[in-house]
Design a protein around this ligand. Structure first.
Ligand code: ATR
Length: 274
């Protein structure tokens, strides 16, 4: 194969870990290629799209704040991206762009990899109703998870995408009922650097057998996860979702499934060193 040309569009992205991840995948697959950061300000987005077309990349990732902005530039949407109405991966074939969303599927894979004992009827609490929550919600449904409750500060935002068979609750009720859940996932940015002393809810009632997950990975040990750990729960770090959404994107571009052995620990030590 000729040089594979990949990249990332977003803002700000100068500290993105995606180049490191995709370089590991390229070298594992013995694929020659590059992964270019294309940091783009809002006012330059249109121009950047034109430039990307001219560069004839094989594919690219899209991150905050452009996962929805990219939609009108695509020729085709995969079903999961259509459900979520947001795209994080684009494959370019003969000038045509097809959009995918690998965030939710990546999340579920990271969870099942870390905790193979998880079953489809485990009771799941998803906190948040932004783009990340929507992606994970659809990923869970796609993989057959049955028992999902969504919790958000602004109830209406959750109600707007949650199916009738699932419950929506507010944060106050969530704090009082955490003992009901087997899996608790924070998808909000609360607790992210520099606000490391914040936590979306108190986990006082969490059951020790629960799996608690924060998709925030800067810092890797969020206040939320530290409280879960102190209360004896199992924890699942946020950077694993980043790795598995990248694995799914690389699969779409190349057909090659990177081996994740060791990458998790390597990425964890990069993050802990920051
Ligand atoms: P993303 O697309 O990254 O998920 P987003 O669309 O800005 O980000 O959504 C952020 C989520 O974090 C929302 O669920 C938001 O709650 P609201 O819908 O009520 O705004 C939640 N969030 C952010 N800051 C919060 C805070 N300080 N307290 C509670 N929820 C917060």
């Amino acid at each position: 194969m000729k040089q594979l040309r990949l990249g990332l569009i977003g803002f700000p992205i100068q500290h993105s870990l995606s180049p490191w991840i995709h370089e590991q995948f390229l070298s594992q697959g013995h694929v020659k290629g590059s992964y270019e950061l294309m940091e783009t300000k809002q006012e330059d987005f249109e121009k950047q799209m034109q430039a990307v077309k001219e560069k004839a990349l094989h594919g690219f990732n899209v991150t905050v704040p452009y996962k929805e902005t990219i939609l009108p530039y695509l020729d085709e949407l995969d079903q999961s991206a259509a459900n979520i109405q947001a795209v994080n991966t684009v494959i370019c074939t003969e000038g045509k762009w097809k959009g995918y969303n690998t965030d939710g599927i990546g999340y579920v894979k990271s969870l099942e990899q870390a905790y193979p004992e998880v079953t489809k009827d485990h009771s799941i609490l998803l906190i948040g109703a932004g783009g990340a929550a929507k992606g994970i919600y659809h990923g869970l449904i796609q993989k057959g998870y049955l028992n999902i409750t969504v919790s958000n500060r602004t109830i209406e935002k959750a109600v707007s995408f949650v199916q009738e068979r699932h419950s929506v609750i507010d944060l106050l009720e969530t704090e009082k009922t955490t003992e009901q859940y087997d899996i608790i996932i924070n998808t909000t940015s609360v607790g992210m650097n520099p606000n490391t002393d914040e936590s979306i809810i108190s986990l006082q009632q969490v059951k020790p057998a629960a799996i608690v997950n924060d998709i925030v990975y800067q810092p890797i040990h969020t206040k939320f996860l530290m409280e879960a750990e102190r209360l004896g729960a199992n924890i699942h770090f946020g950077h694993t979702m980043l790795l598995y959404q990248a694995q799914a994107a690389f699969e779409i571009w190349t057909g090659f499934t990177p081996d994740m052995q060791g990458l998790n620990e390597q990425l964890q030590s990069i993050l802990e060193g920051r």
